[in-house]
Write a protein that binds this ligand. Structure first.
Ligand code: 3H9
Length: 694
């Protein structure tokens, strides 16, 4: 924190890299600086700004696990608002959460162009606890304030909806512009304009009712409901009382399991981007052009993601009609973006000018990276990689988008195994954030660094893993699928399994997802897995039956559910129930009711037990990486923190005991507890106990 003077104006600068989080020490220094400036008779106005890349990203999230330490932000904001001299916030970069509340407590706000303001507390299972629920509506109205607090998204301060938030967008240098603004205020003899005293726009009760209805659908998240209630209090009670109530709600939410889980997610996502422990750091090569081999749905999605990242893309597909179709679809994607006004026509043309296509593999020769996205068949991959090895330039990063095959085996098709990694994108590849970055023992550190830099440049989250057979995500998914299929043949219906897992918090149940993706996709992967792993004793051929009956999911209007023409709504299908009853009878299984608790337990524990093996084998270097894969790639509810965080909350002795009891009831074949789970449970530890200190 620094306190400087420009003639009769004091300049208080928060200086706590990297993002000026408002830790206890920062808060204490801030109060002291404000008090000093207020007490100084020569100071007539105060400018509050932040150094570095942000005004402030808000409260220090690392402190939320500790008891609240004074001075509390809510009191500091009040102190600033009560100051007898004008306080002007000079905003730049991120102005988030408590940082935004600090700005709201100032009497005026000047912002640099490009500043982003937001109240993202909801993403951490919280509500704004330092007066933001009462001050933001007074500046931008109830509708915008509620939207900001409920979606948590930062918005550019120049956006029309934030007009009331900023008094001026700085034309040039922020400090100079804010000082000039302050002098105008002083020249006009303007008194402090306190946000709390601004009139509230008449609130339309419909606004609260509509938002209350929308948040009721956010199952398992207590914060959104409390946000709507807190903002509504602005119309029901006096300002001080409403701020105190919001502060109490904030403290209660801070201690809730959902907020703890969401804080875990915040740090887990950042930890995932750290270099894996124990590996020599590498240097990323610069990559400007990427060749994508295979122009199917996945190849197209990867190409769009690369184009969006500003890279040049060469799309290679064996047959001309398929290549033409892929290019048309990519162009249609950008046409739609123009229609939705996300980009303009010139931007679309500029993006498409970076895309070229060829039916000849020779076109990959000048690419800095080659991503193979062809059919999931080792013989096909072999052919492609032998050719790639011959044609690609020596410095190129070579990647396969395989979702199950052994990347080391694919790398061995080349004479440059050190340059090969797996880049497992998730469909649709231009939307999904997760990429499993698969290294082999032969991949060099520079190769890994290059792959991670490429993923980061695509604004995706790369989780480094090793291995084969589904890596992290699909390997755990296979276990969950197995257990869900077993439960179908024991008596559950797809809609019952989906409902149980949706109540747990998944946006879509596994059978609705399977219908969406295409049952044949899961079936093909299952066949592949049968070749890769030892087939267990209990085998269920329900997937084969669905494919044989041409029930492939939404695309055929019938899968685990039925779909009416033009509708994506999954409706229970008596034909599926009949198929299951017949199947169980033939398999000699007496059908019974499978309770929702059993469904959730078996689905989750099957995944957790496999994750323990994944961790033990060193497929990932941190337990939190497993969480990140499921949170970002498979719709695991964020407020549950991820599968291994969830396991830790259950307590590993309990997880172990339940798995042992399932082994007794259902057989040890699929329910033998993973050795790591046994070791940790016996040692009284959790999966995350070994989390690196920050
Ligand atoms: C709040 O304010 C409550 C109030 O209503 C009331 C209180 C009473 N605290 O993300 P990055 C670290 S709740 C602690 O990699 P980017 C982060 O861990 C808070 N640390 O960079 C990382 O550390 P490391 C509401 C924080 O450029 C480093 O900074 N605020 C915090 O991609 C760089 O971060 C939020 O929810 C923090 N608040 O993104 C904002 N913020 O280098 C949360 C960041 O060791 N933050 N760090 O890995 C963000 O959204 C992004 O970090 C931000 C920068 C957009 C700021």
């Amino acid at each position: 924190m620094t306190l400087a003077r420009d003639s009769d104006i004091a300049i208080v600068t928060i200086d706590h890299p990297p993002v000026n989080a408002l830790s206890q020490a920062v808060r204490a220094a801030l109060v002291a600086a404000i008090e000093e400036a207020v007490a100084d008779d020569e100071v007539r106005a105060i400018v509050l700004m932040g150094s570095g890349r942000a005004f402030s990203a808000g409260a220090d999230i690392r402190e939320f696990d500790l008891a609240p330490q004074p001075p509390h932000l809510v009191d500091i904001v009040q102190r600033i608002e009560d100051a007898p001299k004008p306080v002007i916030a000079a905003l730049h970069g991120d102005v988030l959460g408590g940082g935004c509340e600090l700005a709201l407590g100032c009497h005026y706000r000047v912002a640099a162009p490009g500043t982003q303001a937001g109240l993202p507390e909801v993403s951490l299972g919280l509500l704004p606890g330092s007066g933001g629920t009462q001050r933001m509506p007074r500046l931008v109205g109830f509708e915008t304030a509620l939207e900001m607090m409920l979606d948590g998204r930062p918005r550019p301060v120049a956006a029309a909806e934030l007009t009331g938030f900023v008094d001026e967008i700085a034309g040039g240098d922020l400090r100079a512009s804010t000082l000039a603004f302050a002098r105008n205020i002083l020249a006009a003899d303007a008194t402090p304009r306190r946000t709390r005293s601004l009139p509230l726009l008449a609130a339309n009760p419909e606004v609260f009712a509509r938002h209350a209805e929308a948040v009721a659908k956010r199952r398992g998240e207590p914060a959104p409901t409390r946000i709507v209630a807190a903002v509504k209090r602005a119309t029901e009670m006096n300002f001080g009382e409403a701020v105190a109530r919001a502060r109490a709600d904030f403290l209660a939410l801070r201690d809730s399991p959902e907020s703890r889980a969401l804080r875990h997610v915040f740090f887990a996502e950042r930890d995932a981007t750290r270099w894996p422990t124990g590996l020599t750091p590498g240097t990323a090569r610069s990559i400007e052009r990427v060749a994508v081999i295979g122009a199917g749905t996945m190849g197209q999605g990867i190409a769009i993601a690369l184009l969006d990242a500003g890279l040049a893309v060469t799309l290679v597909e064996a047959a001309e009609p398929a290549l033409a179709r892929a290019k048309e679809r990519i162009a249609a994607h950008y046409d739609a973006a123009v229609e939705k006004k996300r980009i303009d026509g010139d931007q679309r043309d500029a993006v498409l000018a970076r895309l070229s296509g060829s039916t000849a593999l020779d076109a990959i020769a000048d690419a800095g990276c080659v991503i193979e996205a062809v059919f999931e068949d080792i013989a096909v991959k072999r052919k492609v990689f032998e050719e790639v090895d011959r044609i690609a330039k020596r410095s190129a990063l070579l990647a396969t988008n395989t979702s199950y095959l052994d990347v080391a085996e694919i790398a061995a098709f080349t004479k440059r195994r050190k340059d090969v990694v797996g880049l497992h994108f998730f469909s649709p590849a231009n939307v999904m954030r997760l990429v499993e970055v698969i290294r082999t023992d032969a991949s060099s550190s520079d190769t890994l660094a290059s792959a991670l830099a490429l993923v980061k440049c695509m604004r995706k989250l790369g989780v480094v893993c090793k291995g084969k057979d589904g890596f992290v995500g699909n390997r755990m998914l296979a276990q969950r699928t197995r257990e869900c299929l077993f439960m179908l043949e024991e008596g559950a219906l797809p809609q019952e399994i989906d409902a149980a897992l949706e109540s747990f918090g998944f946006a879509l149940g596994p059978f609705a997802v399977s219908d969406l993706a295409g049952i044949d996709i899961g079936w093909r992967n299952a066949i592949l897995r049968r070749q890769l792993i030892e087939v267990g004793r209990r085998h269920c051929d329900l997937l084969d039956q669905m494919v044989a009956a041409k029930r492939l999911g939404q695309k055929t209007g019938a899968g685990w559910f039925r779909y009416e023409a033009g509708s994506r709504k999954a409706r229970p299908d008596p034909a599926v129930e009949a198929l299951l009853i017949d199947h169980s009878r033939k398999a000699g299984i007496e059908r019974r009711t499978v309770a929702p608790t059993e469904i959730v337990e078996r689905a989750l524990l099957a995944m957790i037990n496999e994750a323990a093996r994944i961790l033990d084998e060193g497929v990932v270097s941190r337990a939190s990486d497993v969480d990140v894969v499921w949170l970002t790639g498979y719709g695991f509810p964020r407020f549950r923190g991820g599968p291994l965080y969830y396991a830790d909350q259950l307590g590993l002795p309990q997880v172990l005991a339940r798995i042992e009891s399932l082994a007794e009831r259902l057989g040890a074949e699929y329910w033998t507890p993973a050795p790591l789970l046994q070791r940790l449970a016996q040692a009284g530890q959790g999966f995350h106990s070994a989390r690196p200190a920050r």
